[in-house]
Design a protein around this ligand. Structure first.
Ligand code: NAD
Length: 493
């Protein structure tokens, strides 16, 4: 493997560990502010070259990178699996989706961002009006560890396709995956450091935020998102914040209960529940509540930590999960699967909680572990009200045969899947993002490309206007004429 363009040597280093075994995966530099700033300086030059390639030149090079990711899929799966502890199949799923997104972004960049005509309007009919979306320059991407390929590439791929250079700071829990991706890019695009890696802890991310980048794309917790936004405010650097979630599932009386139970179990427990848009709360119509709960319990009992999902990647998360379960049980909740002994030293057993008060931590805070709360509701209006009563607003899912679209539209989240789990995340043409504590801005789809570009409006005069308004030579006659014209056009109602 080639050596990726990184921010260069640093005196301090840190180890990345396999969370299942504590085996050292690799040792990486802790990059300081000067090194991060130097990387951004190099990126600025690379950005000019990358921009000059145009949509076709970039698409060609992004296709080469995609080719490497696809051909070396097993190797990348292995790195992801070792560094996060997730099963190979799950590693493959996130890489496959990331490759699809990369292909879509490169293929659609010209169509979405290229120059387009706009109607100039009657008063300025002598003008040709166009708008095009130009790259911002250098984008800083700060990533989390839970989906170390899919999540950062949701920003990186779209930022690159839009013509920007990127400086990428992966999570301190997954630097090896970050280095692999950047190395592969350098192989596809050896000419300039268009995608660079900086490694380290929060301080390195903070340094990137204030290093003179043109935008920060942050994915991580809401608490860190607030810090990133506050720091970025100093230099009026725009930010996209992709933060956490407390995603609900709604199960209507006419739902396919087997499908809803399957989606709940997979959405709540896959990746050990460490999914931003994973299932954390379920609201079920009282007519089908007992049957649905029985199906979830039966399926949850078949899920095996260590085989179906891995350990908690971040050891400190074990305390959060334990606190949420303990609090739920202390306040009258019941564990139908798992419970207070579910939290081990590395792994957490699947836990299904019922009768949990709506104001408890397990319902209000992001648990980010393999637990789920299920609540009975009298009707779907109550389900909507409870689902929407959250500081977060990332994703949601509805199971309903007749009212899927209606209920989906009423859910206060950035995206909703109907009758299938998380389907929106795999559709590259759909935007992804949140509201409230889940953040703002969008990655993926046309909106994701535009997030990393700025609109440039141009009005070109084609011929001298018969009615000249923007000149001191304007006459009272012209003013009267325009007054009459506007009254005729707009004064009818
Ligand atoms: P985190 O907030 O602890 O860290 C995220 C990144 O920010 C890391 O790279 C970290 O080093 C860096 N960082 C820490 N302090 C910083 C600072 N002051 N300035 C700049 N950067 C700083 O989050 P995490 O534990 O890595 O990830 C889990 C969280 O991410 C969960 O809340 C999850 O829901 C969320 N997430 C959201 C999405 C989404 O698309 N909305 C996707 C995946 C994960």
């Amino acid at each position: 493997m080639t050596t990726a363009p990184t921010a260069g040597p640093a005196t301090e280093t840190f180890d990345s560990l396999n969370p299942a075994t504590d085996e050292v995966i690799g040792t990486y530099p802790v990059h300081g502010a000067d090194q991060v700033r130097a990387a951004v300086g190099r990126a600025r030059q690379a950005a000019a070259w990358w921009d000059s390639l145009g949509f076709d030149g970039r698409a060609e090079r992004l296709a080469r990178w995609r080719g490497i990711l696809a051909r070396r899929l097993p190797e990348l799966c292995e790195v992801v699996s070792r560094e996060t502890g997730k099963p190979r199949g799950d590693a493959q799923l996130e890489i496959v989706l990331a490759i699809e997104h990369l292909a879509w972004a490169a293929k659609n960049a010209r169509k979405v961002l290229g120059r387009k005509r706009r109607a100039p309007g009657l008063l300025l009919a002598n003008q040709a009006a166009t708008v095009e979306y130009q790259p911002l320059g250098v984008v800083g991407v700060i990533g989390p560890w839970n989906y170390p390929v899919y999540t950062p590439l949701g920003s990186v791929s779209y930022a690159l396709a839009a013509g920007n250079a990127v400086v990428f700071k992966p999570s301190e829990y997954t630097p090896a995956v970050g280095a692999w991706l950047v190395d592969a890019f350098a192989e596809a695009v050896p000419e300039q450091p268009v995608l660079q890696l900086v490694t380290g802890f929060g301080a390195t991310g903070a340094a990137l935020t204030t290093a003179g980048v043109d935008k920060i794309a942050f994915t991580g917790s809401a608490a860190t998102g607030r810090k990133v936004m506050a720091a970025a405010a100093e230099t009026l650097t725009p930010v996209v914040i992709e933060a956490g979630g407390k995603d609900p599932v709604l199960v209507d009386a006419d739902a396919d209960l087997d499908a809803a139970a399957d989606a709940t179990v997979w959405g709540a427990f896959s990746n050990a529940g460490q999914t931003c848009a994973g299932v954390e709360r379920v609201y079920v119509h009282e007519r089908v509540y007992d049957e649905f709960v029985a199906k979830v319990v039966a399926k949850a009992r078949d899920v095996n930590p260590g085989a179906d999902y891995g350990p908690m990647t971040m050891p400190s998360q074990l305390d959060v999960v334990r606190r949420h379960i303990t609090d739920a049980l202390a306040r009258g909740g019941r564990a139908l699967v798992g419970g207070k002994d579910a939290v081990g030293e590395r792994f957490v057993e699947p836990t299904v909680l019922v009768d949990v008060p709506e104001d408890s931590a397990a319902v209000r805070e992001e648990t980010f572990g393999p637990t789920v709360t299920i609540a009975r509701v009298a009707d779907m209006d109550e389900a909507i009200e409870k689902a929407n009563d959250s500081a977060y607003g990332l994703g949601s899912t509805v199971f309903s045969r007749r009212r899927g679209m209606e209920l989906a539209r009423r859910l206060r989240t950035g995206q909703t899947a109907i009758n299938a789990p998380l389907s929106f995340a795999g559709i590259a043409a759909l935007p992804f993002g949140g509201l409230g504590d889940s953040g703002f801005g969008r990655i993926h789809g046309p909106e994701g490309l535009r997030e990393f570009a700025r609109p440039k409006a141009i009005a070109r005069q084609r011929f001298t206007a018969p009615i000249a308004l923007t000149t001191f030579a304007r006459t009272p006659r012209t003013e009267a004429l325009v007054g009459k014209l506007i009254t005729k056009l707009h004064g009818r109602r």
